[in-house]
Design a protein around this ligand. Structure first.
Ligand code: HEM
Length: 360
């Protein structure tokens, strides 16, 4: 509740107060919003992580009772998930700032604020992405320990064994329980997960019971979502390190146009990686809702399937519309500001400066 109040109270000042309150108050409001959202993230990820790695409870008559709140809050996957998610948010912002600034540089806006936000975005991205890759690797090792079936789906590995390749491409076929058109790097999955080329990596076939019950997630969506997340992460590494190098050698005024185009194309890449990460995590926990305790099937309420489908579709439409509107507004405002055109009255917050509005 504290987190929500902090966000709700100070968000208005942060968004609309830049030209109306003193600079220090605007900075304080922004810091408090950031603090509030981080607190929200902490508690959301505590709950979510507990569902992946539950502990600190006992089952009495089929009902979960908390026995140790510290163990519940600091459950084994919580530090990795929290770290990975906060870094994901930082990277999303870094690439948004760098991308929008790159667009404005392309439109010949060489103002001091654009040049400095471009530098900050690129350098923040370059600093955060290696930490994110390291954190992702540690997160994966933790998942291997607690949810090996999820890692088997991420790797598209059907049989438990050593010398497992890292698949760059494959079409997993759950009916035939195999992959088609595999392209992989020999031994690399074993090396990453076990630090040994011959290291034994769990296979999906270990998670089918003698009665034929499948206790692993749907393979293709997890396999692909994981590749999209890591693929975007690699693009971020390439883009931000190239940018940091170019900034060092040539400076912000001599950035090549192809680089500015590439960077503006990556402005919204953080959302793609973050969504793909959540798809990996949440589809990857199936068929469990709470790992080893409650299956999704057992938790399903008595709501008719068409109703659930309709709700899902409505949510998807609303959120898709919101994100498209957000992207559209940000790009529109960046283009207008770059051309020096005044923004309509309600949009006149620009980089902390009040803009000239005709007639005022
Ligand atoms: C490039 C190397 C990366 C690796 C090795 C990696 C690894 C992982 C793994 C193993 C998971 C699933 C963990 C689980 O469900 O138990 C995951 C989830 C996730 N990843 Fe990544 N990741 C990488 C890059 C990124 C990037 C660049 C972003 C975003 C900018 C990102 C955002 C997420 C998010 C939001 C989740 C879901 C929340 C969570 O479970 O932590 N990842 N990642």
């Amino acid at each position: 509740m504290t987190a929500f109040f902090l966000e709700a109270v100070f968000l208005g000042i942060m968004l609309f107060g830049a030209s109306r309150v003193p600079g220090w108050l605007h900075t304080l409001a922004t810091a408090l919003v950031a603090f509030g959202t981080t607190m929200s993230a902490f508690w959301i990820l505590v709950l979510n992580s507990w569902m992946h790695t539950p502990q600190g409870f006992e089952l009495r008559d089929g009902i979960v009772h908390a026995t140790d709140w510290w163990a519940i809050v600091f459950n084994p996957s919580m530090p990795y998930r929290l770290g990975h998610m906060l870094l994901a948010s930082g990277l999303t912002v870094a690439f948004l700032i760098a991308g929008i600034s790159a667009l404005r540089l392309l439109l010949n806006d060489r103002s001091a604020s654009v040049r400095s936000t471009f530098r900050v975005g690129v350098i923040l991205g370059a600093v955060l992405i290696p930490v994110q890759i390291l954190m992702g690797d540690l997160h994966g090792l933790n998942t291997l320990e607690h949810q090996p079936q999820k890692v088997a789906a991420m790797e598209g590995n059907w049989e438990t064994g050593g010398n497992v390749p890292l698949l760059l491409f494959a079409i997993p076929d759950e009916e035939a329980r195999t992959n088609h058109f595999e392209i992989g790097i020999p031994n690399l999955a074993s090396i990453i997960l076990k630090h040994d080329p011959a290291g034994v990596v769990p296979g999906l076939n270990d998670f089918v019971t003698a009665e034929g019950e499948v206790l692993h997630p749907p393979v293709a969506p997890v396999f692909w979502a994981f590749r999209i997340m890591v693929g975007v992460g690699m693009l971020m590494l390439l883009a931000s390190w190239t940018g940091a190098f170019l900034l060092w050698r040539r400076g912000v005024d001599a950035m090549p146009r192809f680089y500015l185009y590439a960077m503006s194309g990556l402005a919204f890449s953080g959302w793609i990686a973050t969504l793909a990460g959540w798809y990996t995590t949440e589809i990857g926990r199936q068929p469990w809702l709470v790992q080893g305790v409650l299956t999704t099937k057992a938790a399903v309420a008595d709501v008719p399937a068409p109703l659930v489908l309709t709700t899902l579709v409505v949510y998807l439409i609303v959120y898709a519309a919101l994100i498209l509107a957000y992207m559209g507004v940000i790009t529109y405002m960046a283009r207008k500001a770059a051309r020096g055109e005044p923004l309509p009255k309600d949009e006149r917050v620009k980089g902390g400066e009040a803009m000239a509005v005709p007639g005022e």
